[in-house]
Design a protein around this ligand. Sequence first.
Ligand SMILES: [Zn+2]
Length: 338
Amino acid sequence: MGAAVAVKELIVSGKLKGTIRFYGTPAEEAVGGKIYMAREGLFNDLDVCLDWHPDTKNEAGTQSSQAMVDFIVEFKGKSAHAAADPWNGRSAVDGLEAFTHGVNLLREHVLPSVRMHYAIKAGGDVPNVVPEYAKVWMWVRDSKRSVVDQVFARVKDIASGAALIAGVEAKVTVQTGDYEMLVNRTGAAALQKNLETLGPIVYTADEIAFAKKIQEVQGGEQTGLDGAIHPMKETQEHPEGGSTDVGDISWNVPEITLLTTTAPKNTAWHGWSVVACSGMSIGHKGLVFSSKALAMTMVDLFENEQLRKDIREEFEKRKGAQVYKAYIPEGPAPIPTN
Ligand SMILES: [Zn+2]
């Protein structure tokens, strides 16, 4: 928002020509608000989209992310007394157990880049009643959406097979899914130049002490804060574990990602220690730094038509013939109940 306001001021004062648009994108870590917005084409008229994510280092985004599909498998059987007439019952938990066993057999026969994880959300209530309902929540991930599609098809077969084994019904419901990030190195290089112009984030002794204390409590090495500007990395074929709904935007328009230090290394991400650092000057410095870096890069994009063309060319080349199709079901975003 800081970057958008700065650029807007330049446009209003006549120093830049063009349009800037600021997107609020909710539920990044839940259903993925950006996927719904991408599906509706809300990013399609942009030349370039820029995004920012908090991190433990300052870096222009050069790595992809994992594509994934997030789905629920439910089993419906028939209740009966577990001792008096179990032969009249059909156990939904039997279906669930056959399913998870099948998934775990599948693990050996997928690419090493595939990740499958699940949590059992419902598995019967009491032992002396044949359970009529069971529910498992599962994710399948890989470096490529195409591989996720293949594995997901097999997982759906396993759900059907498990239902046959247990004599119950299985229902698979997709909740959401991300594309892998389509990296744009031309855009990242434009950002990198500005990161280097700005130079490292400098921290006070108090801030470093605070960060070390956080690391101490978390049981990690007490390295303090990393304010350095990291050089651009080679783009790995297989990214580190993790997915983002920015991936879906990146298949619709060229995307430039900035990562900025707002917490020290060795802190549990998505946890209280990151929140603690974000809510004080360590986080604030990261925000101001990010605003400057993004605003400077936007000015370059507004002023340099060739840069926009080069970024678009790389985008088209990496995208190839693949047609974007969001994983999410029809209709509006659900309100998560999990
Ligand atoms: Zn996040």
